[in-house]
Design a protein around this ligand. Structure first.
Ligand code: SF4
Ligand code: SF4
Length: 130
């Protein structure tokens, strides 16, 4: 019998292979430079945020330098409680896949340097995908 099935979610997420994750800076920016370089198309689109599917990401790191606001980091740079890994894993399951760069929101620039955006603005609604 596999004892792993009874482990809580936090343990299950932290036992996944290495992945990159999208963090707070992406909220309301969504420039989408990242999606077109991913070799395995593992970005998923919310209304004002993108996530990476941790179980699809091959940890290549190609997307990290593409993000103009440094929102993409390896999961080793997550918060101690694994917050961003959980957000990415949860919404990658329900939002549509996105592979083509779209148009960033007209007001994206004014939110670039703001912090704590997830708590203030994050929308659980799906984006359009592409
Ligand atoms: S490039 Fe950065 S800010 Fe833009 S959608 Fe990708 S992760 Fe978000
Ligand atoms: S690290 Fe590689 S596989 Fe993972 S999301 Fe970025 S480009 Fe895609």
């Amino acid at each position: 019998m596999c004892a792993g099935h009874s482990l809580p979610n936090v343990r299950r997420y932290s036992s996944l292979a290495m992945t990159y994750i999208v963090t707070d800076a992406c909220v309301k920016c969504k420039y989408m430079d990242c999606v077109e370089v991913c070799p395995v198309d593992c970005f998923y689109e919310g209304e004002n945020f993108l996530v990476i599917a941790p179980d699809e990401c091959i940890d290549c790191g190609v997307c990290e330098p593409e993000c103009p606001v440094d929102a993409i980091v390896p999961d080793t740079e997550d918060e101690p409680d694994g917050k961003w890994l959980q957000v990415n894993a949860e919404y990658a399951k329900v939002w549509p896949n996105i592979t083509v760069k779209g148009t960033a929101p007209a007001d994206a620039a004014q939110f670039e340097r703001e912090t704590g955006k997830f708590e203030k603005y994050f929308s659980t609604k799906p984006g359009k995908g592409s």
